[in-house]
Design a protein around this ligand. Structure first.
Ligand code: NAD
Ligand code: IPM
Ligand code: MN
Length: 354
Protein backbone atom coordinates (compact mmCIF):
# COMPACT_ATOMS: atom_id res chain seq x y z
CA UNK A 1 0.00 0.00 0.00
CA UNK A 2 1.38 3.36 -1.06
CA UNK A 3 1.21 5.89 1.78
CA UNK A 4 1.13 9.67 1.32
CA UNK A 5 1.98 11.66 4.43
CA UNK A 6 0.19 15.00 4.35
CA UNK A 7 0.73 17.95 6.68
CA UNK A 8 -2.56 19.81 7.05
CA UNK A 9 -2.47 23.51 7.88
CA UNK A 10 -6.11 24.53 7.94
CA UNK A 11 -5.22 28.08 8.99
CA UNK A 12 -7.63 30.92 9.54
CA UNK A 13 -11.17 32.04 8.77
CA UNK A 14 -12.83 29.69 6.30
CA UNK A 15 -9.59 27.66 6.03
CA UNK A 16 -10.67 24.95 8.52
CA UNK A 17 -14.15 24.66 6.94
CA UNK A 18 -12.90 24.12 3.41
CA UNK A 19 -9.91 21.97 4.33
CA UNK A 20 -12.16 19.54 6.25
CA UNK A 21 -13.98 18.85 2.98
CA UNK A 22 -10.73 18.49 1.04
CA UNK A 23 -9.48 15.93 3.55
CA UNK A 24 -12.83 14.13 3.46
CA UNK A 25 -12.68 13.85 -0.33
CA UNK A 26 -9.04 12.70 -0.38
CA UNK A 27 -9.84 9.99 2.18
CA UNK A 28 -12.73 8.88 -0.01
CA UNK A 29 -10.54 8.55 -3.12
CA UNK A 30 -8.05 6.42 -1.17
CA UNK A 31 -10.74 4.15 0.26
CA UNK A 32 -12.39 3.69 -3.14
CA UNK A 33 -9.06 2.97 -4.85
CA UNK A 34 -7.52 0.69 -2.26
CA UNK A 35 -3.94 0.90 -3.57
CA UNK A 36 -2.93 4.04 -1.70
CA UNK A 37 -3.72 5.74 1.59
CA UNK A 38 -3.26 9.12 3.21
CA UNK A 39 -1.90 9.86 6.65
CA UNK A 40 -2.97 13.37 7.67
CA UNK A 41 -1.28 15.32 10.48
CA UNK A 42 -2.92 18.57 11.59
CA UNK A 43 -0.90 21.62 12.53
CA UNK A 44 -2.87 24.33 14.33
CA UNK A 45 -0.72 27.15 12.95
CA UNK A 46 -2.10 30.50 11.95
CA UNK A 47 -3.35 33.75 13.45
CA UNK A 48 -4.85 32.20 16.59
CA UNK A 49 -1.55 30.44 17.23
CA UNK A 50 0.19 33.79 16.71
CA UNK A 51 -1.93 35.53 19.31
CA UNK A 52 -0.91 32.86 21.87
CA UNK A 53 2.67 32.14 20.83
CA UNK A 54 3.80 35.36 19.17
CA UNK A 55 4.62 33.55 15.93
CA UNK A 56 2.68 31.93 13.10
CA UNK A 57 4.41 28.54 13.40
CA UNK A 58 7.03 27.07 15.73
CA UNK A 59 10.66 27.94 15.18
CA UNK A 60 11.31 24.47 13.73
CA UNK A 61 8.09 24.53 11.66
CA UNK A 62 9.88 24.14 8.34
CA UNK A 63 11.91 21.23 9.67
CA UNK A 64 8.70 19.57 10.88
CA UNK A 65 7.02 20.02 7.49
CA UNK A 66 10.06 18.77 5.58
CA UNK A 67 9.24 15.20 6.70
CA UNK A 68 5.94 15.18 4.78
CA UNK A 69 5.17 14.29 1.16
CA UNK A 70 2.89 17.29 0.70
CA UNK A 71 1.20 20.14 2.54
CA UNK A 72 -2.52 20.84 2.30
CA UNK A 73 -3.23 24.45 3.26
CA UNK A 74 -6.57 26.20 3.82
CA UNK A 75 -6.04 29.94 4.15
CA UNK A 76 -3.95 32.33 6.20
CA UNK A 77 -4.72 35.80 7.54
CA UNK A 78 -7.20 37.31 9.94
CA UNK A 79 -8.00 40.76 11.28
CA UNK A 80 -5.95 41.30 14.44
CA UNK A 81 -2.67 40.15 12.92
CA UNK A 82 -1.12 42.36 10.23
CA UNK A 83 -1.31 40.58 6.87
CA UNK A 84 2.35 41.09 6.02
CA UNK A 85 3.28 39.29 9.24
CA UNK A 86 0.80 36.42 9.00
CA UNK A 87 1.53 35.70 5.35
CA UNK A 88 5.28 36.20 5.48
CA UNK A 89 5.67 34.00 8.57
CA UNK A 90 3.66 31.10 7.19
CA UNK A 91 2.50 30.81 3.56
CA UNK A 92 5.35 32.73 1.94
CA UNK A 93 7.97 31.15 4.22
CA UNK A 94 6.78 27.69 3.18
CA UNK A 95 6.80 28.55 -0.53
CA UNK A 96 10.33 29.93 -0.29
CA UNK A 97 11.87 27.45 2.16
CA UNK A 98 10.72 24.52 0.06
CA UNK A 99 11.69 26.20 -3.22
CA UNK A 100 8.15 25.79 -4.54
CA UNK A 101 9.05 27.91 -7.51
CA UNK A 102 6.13 26.83 -9.69
CA UNK A 103 2.63 27.99 -8.85
CA UNK A 104 0.32 26.09 -11.16
CA UNK A 105 -3.12 27.64 -11.33
CA UNK A 106 -5.79 26.29 -13.67
CA UNK A 107 -8.28 28.81 -15.01
CA UNK A 108 -10.91 26.58 -16.56
CA UNK A 109 -14.58 27.22 -17.05
CA UNK A 110 -16.50 24.07 -16.22
CA UNK A 111 -19.99 23.45 -17.53
CA UNK A 112 -22.53 25.00 -15.19
CA UNK A 113 -20.07 27.44 -13.59
CA UNK A 114 -21.24 31.05 -13.68
CA UNK A 115 -19.33 33.26 -16.11
CA UNK A 116 -19.87 37.03 -16.17
CA UNK A 117 -18.62 37.30 -19.75
CA UNK A 118 -21.14 37.36 -22.59
CA UNK A 119 -21.10 34.74 -25.31
CA UNK A 120 -18.37 32.59 -23.80
CA UNK A 121 -18.44 28.81 -24.21
CA UNK A 122 -16.90 26.24 -21.84
CA UNK A 123 -13.95 25.59 -24.12
CA UNK A 124 -13.17 29.31 -24.50
CA UNK A 125 -11.72 29.54 -21.00
CA UNK A 126 -9.16 26.80 -20.56
CA UNK A 127 -5.82 28.16 -19.37
CA UNK A 128 -3.05 27.04 -17.06
CA UNK A 129 -1.12 29.77 -15.34
CA UNK A 130 2.48 29.03 -14.48
CA UNK A 131 3.23 31.71 -11.93
CA UNK A 132 6.80 32.32 -10.75
CA UNK A 133 6.59 31.60 -7.04
CA UNK A 134 9.97 32.17 -5.42
CA UNK A 135 11.28 35.64 -6.21
CA UNK A 136 10.36 38.60 -8.42
CA UNK A 137 8.20 41.22 -6.77
CA UNK A 138 7.82 38.87 -3.76
CA UNK A 139 11.54 38.65 -3.01
CA UNK A 140 11.05 40.52 0.24
CA UNK A 141 14.01 42.77 -0.46
CA UNK A 142 13.83 46.40 0.53
CA UNK A 143 14.19 48.94 3.25
CA UNK A 144 12.21 51.39 5.34
CA UNK A 145 14.37 54.41 6.00
CA UNK A 146 13.73 57.30 8.37
CA UNK A 147 10.59 55.55 9.63
CA UNK A 148 7.95 57.98 10.92
CA UNK A 149 10.14 60.96 10.01
CA UNK A 150 9.13 63.58 7.45
CA UNK A 151 11.79 62.27 5.05
CA UNK A 152 10.53 58.66 5.31
CA UNK A 153 11.43 56.44 2.31
CA UNK A 154 10.48 52.87 1.46
CA UNK A 155 12.12 50.68 -1.16
CA UNK A 156 10.68 47.37 -2.39
CA UNK A 157 12.99 45.62 -4.81
CA UNK A 158 12.00 43.17 -7.50
CA UNK A 159 14.54 40.38 -7.76
CA UNK A 160 14.70 38.50 -11.05
CA UNK A 161 17.57 36.03 -11.29
CA UNK A 162 18.58 34.28 -14.49
CA UNK A 163 18.22 30.94 -12.70
CA UNK A 164 14.79 31.88 -11.36
CA UNK A 165 13.42 33.15 -14.67
CA UNK A 166 14.87 30.35 -16.77
CA UNK A 167 13.50 27.54 -14.64
CA UNK A 168 9.92 28.80 -14.55
CA UNK A 169 9.91 29.67 -18.24
CA UNK A 170 11.41 26.30 -19.13
CA UNK A 171 8.79 24.53 -17.00
CA UNK A 172 6.07 26.38 -18.92
CA UNK A 173 7.60 25.41 -22.26
CA UNK A 174 7.77 21.76 -21.21
CA UNK A 175 4.11 21.89 -20.20
CA UNK A 176 3.10 23.57 -23.46
CA UNK A 177 5.05 20.99 -25.44
CA UNK A 178 3.58 18.05 -23.51
CA UNK A 179 0.03 19.37 -23.86
CA UNK A 180 0.54 20.62 -27.44
CA UNK A 181 -0.63 24.09 -26.45
CA UNK A 182 0.47 27.65 -27.10
CA UNK A 183 2.50 29.52 -24.51
CA UNK A 184 1.92 33.19 -23.65
CA UNK A 185 4.43 35.15 -21.60
CA UNK A 186 2.99 38.13 -19.72
CA UNK A 187 5.36 40.91 -18.66
CA UNK A 188 5.77 44.67 -18.68
CA UNK A 189 9.04 45.51 -20.38
CA UNK A 190 7.89 48.92 -21.55
CA UNK A 191 7.84 50.32 -18.02
CA UNK A 192 9.87 47.91 -15.87
CA UNK A 193 13.02 48.56 -17.82
CA UNK A 194 15.30 46.12 -15.98
CA UNK A 195 13.30 43.23 -14.59
CA UNK A 196 10.79 42.75 -17.37
CA UNK A 197 13.20 43.49 -20.20
CA UNK A 198 15.32 40.69 -18.70
CA UNK A 199 12.27 38.41 -18.41
CA UNK A 200 11.39 39.02 -22.08
CA UNK A 201 14.96 38.35 -23.14
CA UNK A 202 15.04 35.03 -21.27
CA UNK A 203 11.65 34.05 -22.68
CA UNK A 204 13.05 34.63 -26.16
CA UNK A 205 16.25 32.71 -25.40
CA UNK A 206 14.44 29.68 -23.99
CA UNK A 207 11.91 29.72 -26.81
CA UNK A 208 14.75 28.93 -29.24
CA UNK A 209 14.97 25.50 -27.56
CA UNK A 210 11.28 24.86 -28.27
CA UNK A 211 10.68 25.63 -31.97
CA UNK A 212 7.61 23.37 -31.86
CA UNK A 213 5.81 25.57 -29.29
CA UNK A 214 3.82 28.54 -30.59
CA UNK A 215 4.52 31.55 -28.39
CA UNK A 216 2.98 34.93 -27.69
CA UNK A 217 4.24 37.81 -25.59
CA UNK A 218 1.85 40.31 -24.05
CA UNK A 219 2.12 43.31 -21.79
CA UNK A 220 0.22 42.74 -18.56
CA UNK A 221 -2.23 45.61 -19.08
CA UNK A 222 -3.27 44.34 -22.51
CA UNK A 223 -3.29 40.76 -21.22
CA UNK A 224 -5.84 41.62 -18.53
CA UNK A 225 -7.99 43.28 -21.16
CA UNK A 226 -7.77 40.21 -23.43
CA UNK A 227 -8.58 37.84 -20.56
CA UNK A 228 -11.97 39.56 -20.40
CA UNK A 229 -12.52 40.33 -24.09
CA UNK A 230 -11.03 37.23 -25.71
CA UNK A 231 -10.03 34.60 -23.14
CA UNK A 232 -9.64 31.83 -25.70
CA UNK A 233 -6.37 33.29 -26.90
CA UNK A 234 -4.69 31.98 -23.69
CA UNK A 235 -3.64 28.37 -23.18
CA UNK A 236 -0.46 27.97 -21.11
CA UNK A 237 0.57 31.28 -19.53
CA UNK A 238 3.85 32.09 -17.79
CA UNK A 239 4.28 35.22 -15.74
CA UNK A 240 5.91 36.80 -12.71
CA UNK A 241 4.92 36.32 -9.10
CA UNK A 242 2.83 39.48 -8.66
CA UNK A 243 1.28 39.50 -12.13
CA UNK A 244 0.37 35.83 -11.65
CA UNK A 245 -1.25 36.61 -8.31
CA UNK A 246 -3.41 39.36 -9.75
CA UNK A 247 -4.28 37.69 -13.05
CA UNK A 248 -5.38 34.46 -11.38
CA UNK A 249 -7.94 36.29 -9.24
CA UNK A 250 -9.17 37.78 -12.52
CA UNK A 251 -9.08 34.25 -13.92
CA UNK A 252 -11.18 33.07 -10.98
CA UNK A 253 -13.71 35.84 -11.64
CA UNK A 254 -14.26 34.69 -15.23
CA UNK A 255 -14.39 30.97 -14.42
CA UNK A 256 -16.88 30.65 -11.58
CA UNK A 257 -15.40 32.73 -8.78
CA UNK A 258 -12.97 32.44 -5.89
CA UNK A 259 -14.80 29.38 -4.61
CA UNK A 260 -13.54 27.36 -7.58
CA UNK A 261 -9.94 28.53 -7.98
CA UNK A 262 -7.07 26.26 -6.93
CA UNK A 263 -3.31 26.33 -7.00
CA UNK A 264 -0.37 23.97 -6.58
CA UNK A 265 2.92 25.27 -5.21
CA UNK A 266 5.37 22.84 -6.70
CA UNK A 267 8.96 21.93 -6.12
CA UNK A 268 9.21 19.98 -9.38
CA UNK A 269 12.42 18.22 -8.34
CA UNK A 270 10.54 16.81 -5.32
CA UNK A 271 13.46 17.64 -3.08
CA UNK A 272 10.97 19.31 -0.74
CA UNK A 273 7.24 18.86 -0.15
CA UNK A 274 4.89 20.69 -2.49
CA UNK A 275 1.84 22.55 -1.20
CA UNK A 276 -1.74 22.48 -2.45
CA UNK A 277 -4.29 25.16 -1.60
CA UNK A 278 -7.33 27.07 -2.77
CA UNK A 279 -6.09 30.45 -4.00
CA UNK A 280 -8.69 32.40 -2.05
CA UNK A 281 -8.02 33.90 1.35
CA UNK A 282 -9.57 33.34 4.74
CA UNK A 283 -12.73 35.30 3.81
CA UNK A 284 -13.35 36.79 7.27
CA UNK A 285 -16.64 38.21 5.93
CA UNK A 286 -18.20 34.73 5.74
CA UNK A 287 -16.06 32.69 8.16
CA UNK A 288 -17.70 30.39 10.70
CA UNK A 289 -21.05 30.13 8.94
CA UNK A 290 -20.51 26.95 6.90
CA UNK A 291 -21.35 28.85 3.72
CA UNK A 292 -17.86 28.89 2.19
CA UNK A 293 -17.39 26.99 -1.04
CA UNK A 294 -15.03 24.01 -0.59
CA UNK A 295 -14.78 23.21 -4.32
CA UNK A 296 -11.55 25.22 -4.80
CA UNK A 297 -10.04 23.04 -2.08
CA UNK A 298 -11.39 19.92 -3.77
CA UNK A 299 -9.77 21.13 -6.99
CA UNK A 300 -6.47 21.58 -5.08
CA UNK A 301 -6.92 18.01 -3.81
CA UNK A 302 -7.26 16.95 -7.44
CA UNK A 303 -3.94 18.67 -8.20
CA UNK A 304 -2.38 16.78 -5.29
CA UNK A 305 -3.66 13.46 -6.65
CA UNK A 306 -2.20 14.33 -10.08
CA UNK A 307 1.12 15.18 -8.46
CA UNK A 308 1.21 11.79 -6.70
CA UNK A 309 0.48 10.09 -10.02
CA UNK A 310 -3.18 9.23 -9.31
CA UNK A 311 -4.32 11.08 -12.40
CA UNK A 312 -7.53 9.12 -12.85
CA UNK A 313 -8.66 10.26 -9.39
CA UNK A 314 -7.54 13.81 -10.10
CA UNK A 315 -9.74 13.81 -13.20
CA UNK A 316 -12.63 12.20 -11.32
CA UNK A 317 -12.67 15.05 -8.81
CA UNK A 318 -12.88 17.64 -11.58
CA UNK A 319 -15.70 15.64 -13.18
CA UNK A 320 -17.47 15.51 -9.80
CA UNK A 321 -17.15 19.30 -9.39
CA UNK A 322 -18.64 19.71 -12.86
CA UNK A 323 -21.47 17.31 -12.03
CA UNK A 324 -22.43 19.41 -8.99
CA UNK A 325 -22.24 22.59 -11.08
CA UNK A 326 -24.51 21.11 -13.74
CA UNK A 327 -27.02 19.59 -11.32
CA UNK A 328 -27.19 22.82 -9.27
CA UNK A 329 -28.66 20.90 -6.32
CA UNK A 330 -25.78 21.07 -3.85
CA UNK A 331 -23.97 24.39 -4.19
CA UNK A 332 -22.98 27.08 -1.69
CA UNK A 333 -24.47 30.61 -1.85
CA UNK A 334 -21.58 32.08 -3.91
CA UNK A 335 -22.76 29.76 -6.71
CA UNK A 336 -26.43 30.52 -6.15
CA UNK A 337 -27.19 27.52 -3.90
CA UNK A 338 -28.19 27.01 -0.29
CA UNK A 339 -25.98 24.07 0.65
CA UNK A 340 -23.62 24.07 3.60
CA UNK A 341 -19.88 23.66 3.11
CA UNK A 342 -19.94 20.10 4.48
CA UNK A 343 -22.89 19.11 2.28
CA UNK A 344 -20.87 20.02 -0.80
CA UNK A 345 -18.01 17.81 0.40
CA UNK A 346 -20.47 14.97 1.02
CA UNK A 347 -21.94 15.45 -2.46
CA UNK A 348 -18.49 15.21 -4.08
CA UNK A 349 -17.90 11.96 -2.17
CA UNK A 350 -21.28 10.64 -3.31
CA UNK A 351 -20.57 11.42 -6.97
CA UNK A 352 -17.15 9.74 -7.00
CA UNK A 353 -18.58 6.70 -5.21
CA UNK A 354 -21.05 6.05 -8.03
P1 NAD B 1 -10.52 36.46 0.11
O1 NAD B 1 -10.14 35.55 -1.01
O2 NAD B 1 -10.41 35.89 1.47
O3 NAD B 1 -12.00 37.00 -0.09
C1 NAD B 1 -12.40 37.76 -1.23
C2 NAD B 1 -13.91 37.58 -1.43
O4 NAD B 1 -14.17 36.29 -1.95
C3 NAD B 1 -14.70 37.69 -0.13
O5 NAD B 1 -15.91 38.34 -0.39
C4 NAD B 1 -14.96 36.24 0.25
O6 NAD B 1 -16.15 36.04 0.99
C5 NAD B 1 -15.04 35.57 -1.10
N1 NAD B 1 -14.58 34.17 -1.03
C6 NAD B 1 -13.29 33.76 -0.94
N2 NAD B 1 -13.23 32.44 -0.85
C7 NAD B 1 -14.49 31.98 -0.88
C8 NAD B 1 -15.08 30.67 -0.82
N3 NAD B 1 -14.34 29.56 -0.71
N4 NAD B 1 -16.42 30.59 -0.85
C9 NAD B 1 -17.19 31.68 -0.96
N5 NAD B 1 -16.69 32.94 -1.05
C10 NAD B 1 -15.36 33.08 -1.00
O7 NAD B 1 -9.59 37.76 -0.01
P2 NAD B 1 -9.38 39.02 0.96
O8 NAD B 1 -10.68 39.38 1.58
O9 NAD B 1 -8.64 39.99 0.16
O10 NAD B 1 -8.40 38.48 2.10
C11 NAD B 1 -8.81 38.02 3.37
C12 NAD B 1 -7.59 37.52 4.14
O11 NAD B 1 -7.03 36.37 3.50
C13 NAD B 1 -6.45 38.53 4.23
O12 NAD B 1 -5.86 38.35 5.49
C14 NAD B 1 -5.50 38.11 3.13
O13 NAD B 1 -4.18 38.52 3.34
C15 NAD B 1 -5.64 36.62 3.21
N6 NAD B 1 -5.33 35.86 1.98
C16 NAD B 1 -4.79 34.62 2.16
C17 NAD B 1 -4.58 33.81 1.08
C18 NAD B 1 -4.02 32.45 1.30
O14 NAD B 1 -3.92 31.99 2.43
N7 NAD B 1 -3.66 31.71 0.28
C19 NAD B 1 -4.95 34.23 -0.20
C20 NAD B 1 -5.53 35.49 -0.35
C21 NAD B 1 -5.74 36.30 0.76
C1 IPM C 1 -2.30 33.95 -3.23
C2 IPM C 1 -2.32 34.98 -2.13
C3 IPM C 1 -0.93 35.22 -1.58
C4 IPM C 1 -0.06 35.71 -2.72
C5 IPM C 1 -0.88 36.23 -0.43
C6 IPM C 1 -1.84 35.85 0.65
C7 IPM C 1 0.50 36.45 0.09
O1 IPM C 1 -2.92 36.15 -2.56
O2 IPM C 1 -1.83 32.83 -2.97
O3 IPM C 1 -2.78 34.24 -4.32
O4 IPM C 1 -0.06 36.89 -3.04
O5 IPM C 1 0.64 34.87 -3.30
MN1 MN D 1 -3.81 35.99 -4.53
Amino acid sequence: MQKHKIAVIAGDGIGPEVIAEGVKVLKKTASLDGSFEFEFTDFPWGCEYYLKEGRMMPENGIEILSKFDAIFLGAVGFPGVPDHISLWQLLLTIRKSFDQYINLRPVKLLEGAPCPLAGVKREDINMTFVRENSEGEYAGSGAWLYKDKPNEVVIQNGVFSRHGCERVIRYAFELARAEKKTLTSISKGNALNYSMVFWDQIFKEVSAEYPDVETHSLLVDAASMFMVKDPKRFQIVVTSNLFGDILTDLGAAISGGMGLAAGANLNPERKYPSMFEPIHGSAPDIAGQQISNPLATVWAASQMLDFFGHKEWGAKLIDAIETLLKEKKTLTPDLGGTAKTSEVGDAVCAVISK
